[in-house]
Design a protein around this ligand. Structure first.
Ligand SMILES: *Cc1c(COP(=O)(O)O)cnc(C)c1O
Length: 377
């Protein structure tokens, strides 16, 4: 019987064109972390974003956040404001640099950083004489944060924004693509993201100077001399030309992947939203989410766990929403501005299988288990 095959949360989904680019890398012996696929992939990303940016393909999204913080001059002892409701990779690079995160909770409308609480955090820090060096804001699960409000605060207090667009490639806000709003922006091509290079990321810069500096740091900070001279600490953060080939193949289907993931969300919404106590996150005006993951809020933590375990017993992978950073043991001592929203989302939220390759039959399996739970209750 094949009825109980595993349904994954978010699987890689190849287009078929990736192997041509990978083969090209082998045929031309460009196996290094530079070459025509890297150049081509950067150009594809830039054209897709459509705002004349400067893109550096890197080994991961985490590396891109680390380099962003360095480009913004973050040093030991500095403070960096960070959305609490996110995956730990958003916050970890702050600690790599010996700086301190200041976590800020979410708003209900987008589940992302709350502009009101953000302003409190900024004012409070300035009053203590420790003006934050940067704000890291995240478009979680593909839903754009409140770009207008954040931009206003960033300008008012002259604090640059690092836009964590790891989960939102293909999303937009007022018809501009996510990944174009920050002073610096990052993308991720990890295996579970909407498109993947197996592992990889990109840094999106507003100036060629920033991009070149990022590439320099990512290439072991080799000064421009015939012998290897170093006047900076460097990193090994460049993307392999082989993996960039996968990325080029994936770029040809990004819009299809967005369509497919949005269709998953619509399908769940149409079949489940009538159940009372079950909530979905709808798009605020002017926003378009890639619906990287379809998430639902359940009436309570215990019901969330019962449904997650029920799905697990049927070989269906689901996952609680991200555990907020201010609730993580490793970040317990950091300053946090909390309003209870992300904790509530974490307690009641469940990410449902959301891969772009899910079949209708698979979606129906998920839906019928959830319906079964509520009918048997
Ligand atoms: C995946 C992810 C990252 C990190 O990207 P990697 O490429 O896995 O290093 C950063 N932030 C968020 C919100 C993510 O989901």
């Amino acid at each position: 019987m094949v009825t109980n095959t595993k349904i994954w949360l978010s699987s890689p989904h190849m287009s078929g064109k990736e192997l041509d680019y990978v083969k090209d890398a082998f045929d031309t012996n460009w196996i290094a972390p530079l070459g025509p696929n890297v150049e081509g992939f950067q150009q594809d990303i830039n054209e897709y974003l459509g705002e004349n940016k400067f893109v550096a393909a890197l080994s991961s999204g985490t590396a891109a956040i680390h380099l962003s913080l360095i480009l913004l001059g973050v040093k030991v002892g500095d403070y960096v404001i960070c959305q609490s409701n996110t995956f730990s990779a958003t916050a970890n690079p702050i600690k790599y640099l010996g700086a301190h995160p200041v976590f800020v909770d979410s708003e209900r409308e987008t589940w992302n950083i709350c502009p009101i609480l953000l302003e409190d955090a900024i004012k409070n820090s300035i009053k203590k004489g420790i003006k934050p060096k940067a704000i890291i804001a995240v478009h979680l699960y593909g839903m754009p944060y409140n770009v207008a409000a954040l931009k206003k605060l960033s300008q008012l207090y002259s604090i640059p924004i690092i836009e964590d667009s790891a989960e939102s490639f293909g999303s937009h806000y007022k018809n501009k693509k996510c990944g174009t709003f920050g002073d610096l922006a990052i993308l991720s091509f990890n295996g579970n993201k909407i498109i993947t290079t197996s592992g990889g990321g990109a840094l999106v810069c507003n100036s060629e100077k920033d991009r070149d500096k990022a590439v320099f740091l990512a290439t072991q900070a080799r000064d421009n001399t015939p012998e290897y001279t170093h006047s900076h600490i460097g990193y090994n953060y460049r993307m392999s030309n082989v993996l960039a080939g996968i990325g080029r193949g994936q770029m040809t289907v990004l819009d299809d992947r967005v369509r497919q993931r949005r269709q998953n969300y619509e399908y769940y919404y149409n079949k489940l939203s009538h159940i009372s106590g079950l909530e979905f996150l709808s798009e605020p005006e002017n926003t378009f989410s890639n619906r990287w993951l379809s998430c639902v809020l359940l009436p309570s933590l215990s019901i969330r766990e019962k449904i997650r375990n029920l799905l697990h017993s049927k070989n269906i992978e689901s996952r609680p929403l991200w555990k907020p950073m201010h609730m993580q043991p490793i970040f317990q001592k950091e300053v946090a501005f909390v309003n209870g929203v992300s904790e509530d989302l974490f307690n009641r939220g469940l990410c449902l299988p959301s891969g772009s390759d899910l079949t209708e039959n698979e979606l129906n399996r998920v839906i019928s288990e959830i319906k079964y739970y509520f009918s048997a209750e």
